[in-house]
Design a protein around this ligand. Structure first.
Ligand code: ATP
Length: 287
């Protein structure tokens, strides 16, 4: 029987570590990141259309549904590259906060590539999908691979690594929009006093050490976003005061995540944040 409708989950990512090594001649930054998925996901439904067209819908009204949407771009790319003369209707059930530093759009693009590979029986390998994904954005290859990875280059050179130990992740997004391009534009690598340690984080993960992982969290982009947006710093301080074991901004922000190993502490951190931040999520690490 022909498969005509399929579903894909597009989980959010957090950066346990984000370091910038230098600015490259092509304008991108050379980065080293450790990324992992959390159990907060958009859901995509893909259905064959009788006409040769890409149609996108979503239950949220404030994201573009045309060529500006990364899921649309992903569908167009795979369709054109492999000469597919069929149409698809994609419904995007958005659960990941938008423009939050959680790679929501990149994960939707990755899920679209995975899904259309199945729907159209293209039989592309994960490696081939990752190469295709890199054309759409630096975080897309990781979102195709999933799991936990060390990313180099502009984020597209991946090495899968040990997953983090299981724990609770409390995500808080202040009501501000932060542009990734803007943050990188204001970032000055020469002014950095300290770089977070990749070897130490890899060691903590391979030992499955929760406290080791918390000690090694680091994101050099915090120097830009925290200075520009005091509300992000306020959320970090609040999480630390409420007893989160590790606290860090994800990506270029503004979402801050807190790691907690004991369930008993989760409610305390959640309640402390709810006072002044409307968007707070409690999820598990995807390990
Ligand atoms: P990253 O962590 O990769 O920088 P992000 O989580 O900060 O990504 P997104 O949620 O991907 O940011 O959204 C960034 C912008 O991209 C939004 O302002 C939105 O208009 C646009 N966009 C394009 N496609 C999507 C999509 N599928 N979902 C959400 N936003 C999208």
């Amino acid at each position: 029987m022909k498969l005509t409708k399929i579903y894909e989950k597009a989980p959010a990512k957090i950066n346990l570590l984000l370091d910038v090594l230098r600015k490259r001649e092509d304008g991108f930054h050379e980065v080293e990141m450790i990324m992992t998925m959390v159990d907060l996901a958009d859901r995509l439904e893909m259905e064959e259309l009788p006409r040769d067209q890409i149609v996108l819908s979503s239950q949220v009204g404030f994201i573009p549904l045309d060529e500006k949407n990364l899921a649309f771009q992903a569908a167009k790319l795979i369709k054109e590259r492999y000469g597919v003369k069929r149409g698809v209707y994609i419904h995007l059930d958005k659960q990941i906060p938008v423009a939050a530093g959680l790679a929501g759009g990149s994960s939707d693009a990755a899920a679209t590539l995975r899904g259309l590979n199945r729907l159209w029986n293209l039989e592309l390998s994960t490696d081939e999908l990752e190469v295709l994904g890199a054309e759409l954005g630096s975080d897309v290859p990781f979102c195709i691979r999933g799991g936990t990875a060390l990313a180099r280059g502009r984020g597209e050179k991946l090495e899968s690594i040990s997953p983090p130990p299981q724990c609770w992740v409390i995500l808080a997004k202040p009501p501000i929009n932060v542009s990734t391009a803007d943050v990188y534009g204001k970032f000055r690598v020469n002014e950095l006093k300290k770089h977070p340690s990749i070897p130490d984080m890899l060691d903590a993960l391979s030992r499955q050490s929760f406290s080791g992982m918390c000690d090694c969290l680091g994101n050099v982009l915090e120097s830009v976003t925290l200075n520009r947006y005091p509300e992000v710093r306020q959320i970090k301080d609040c999480m630390v005061k409420a007893g989160a074991d590790g606290v860090l901004m994800s990506g270029s922000g503004p979402t801050v995540f807190g790691l907690v190993s004991k369930e008993i502490k989760v409610a305390r951190v959640y309640n402390a944040l709810r006072g002044f931040c409307k968007e707070v999520y409690v999820v598990r690490m995807l390990t």
